[in-house]
Unconditional design. Structure first.
Length: 104
């Protein structure tokens, strides 16, 4: 499991919520959808660097709290017509624990 780090229990992230993990690469936001899918990306909106972790999760997107840009949780891409991308990271759930991979 090279590069994988155990972060927390699934219940430590509220449904449709997030948790921030500090890393050498900058803050990473972990998102949990209403149906318990997990996603991770840099905690910066590609527009003006707003904290995505403070946004509202709806379906497969999160809305930036600063200007309302919608960012896809699956790939970090801004939803058209907006353009830009927040770097995404691999995340998985194993035995109720959330794991994050920093490298590719």
């Amino acid at each position: 499991m090279s590069g994988w780090i155990e972060i927390c229990a699934l219940e430590d992230i509220a449904p449709q919520g997030s948790r921030v993990v500090a890393s050498e690469q900058g803050d990473i936001a972990l998102f949990r959808t209403a149906d318990d899918r997990l996603f991770a990306m840099h905690d910066k909106c590609p527009h003006r660097g707003g904290p995505l972790s403070q946004g509202i999760v709806h379906g497969d997107t999160v809305s930036c709290p600063l200007h309302g840009w919608k960012i896809g949780l699956k790939d970090g891409e801004a939803v058209a017509p907006d353009q830009g991308c927040a770097k995404s990271f691999a995340v998985r759930l194993e035995d109720g624990r959330v794991w994050l991979k920093f490298g590719r």
